[in-house]
Design a protein around this ligand. Sequence first.
Ligand code: ZN
Ligand code: ZN
Length: 288
Amino acid sequence: MAKKLTDELLLGGHVSTSGGIYKSPDRANVFSFRTYQIFSKNQMQWKAKELDNGDVEKFQDSNRQHNMNKIMVHASYLLNMCTSKPDLREKVMEAFSIEIARTDRLGIDYLTFHPGSASGITEKEAISNLVDNMNKVIKPEQKCTILMEISAGQGSTVGHTFEELAAVMDGIQEKNKVAICMDTCHTWAAGYDIKTPEGYGETMDRFNSTLGIGKLKGFHLNDSKKGRGSRVDRHEQIGLGTLGLDGISNFVNDRRFRDVPMILETPKGEEGYGQDIENISKIIRIDE
Ligand SMILES: [Zn+2]
Ligand SMILES: [Zn+2]
């Protein structure tokens, strides 16, 4: 039997948890995914309902049944770990600790978050706040790995260059608890050439020399509505954006990343993954 795309790639997508968190593995399995991403709580709210023991058990059973691994939780968009406002800082750190605890409780490997933004402060101050806050919330006994996601550089967001992410990493005490998630749309919008094979090679070399390729533990696989260097974060369906199938092809055919989760966060969500998979199937080179 011919190998399927999802046999070759650790491809997944962001899926809904509506109706119960334990329903998400089934939703990912519809696409034969072996991994996926969820929000473990309402991403637009600070508060979260306690996880129910029965739900957690059903969730883990279903993951085992469907052979899901290297699952990601995406942290709430409200968390700005760069903030220096004292009251907000407390609130953010508490919410981040809850995100970590929930990820561990669910037995999930990765918690991905956006580094935040430097509103009203310098980028240097923002990075220093981020490092301090992360060092306070990361505990040695924590099981999950926190993935810092490269940003598109929109507005005053922090972390759109490998050097900036490396500066954060430098300050982290529990270095083995933190790694990087590369969003292909953000990386492109931030200005890196990942479309031509040469540009892609140079970009990955630069990643390796600043952060180390082993720190690249996850991808968000998205096309981009806006152009290279636009610094605008607008995802597009695979193959329909300015990065295009040429750009996506560099990632899905890089054998170094065969066991690294590649998560679709394309605008149509579960409605569009079928089409995304079809487009990736056109460019993937599979050894039979
Ligand atoms: Zn992303
Ligand atoms: Zn994005």
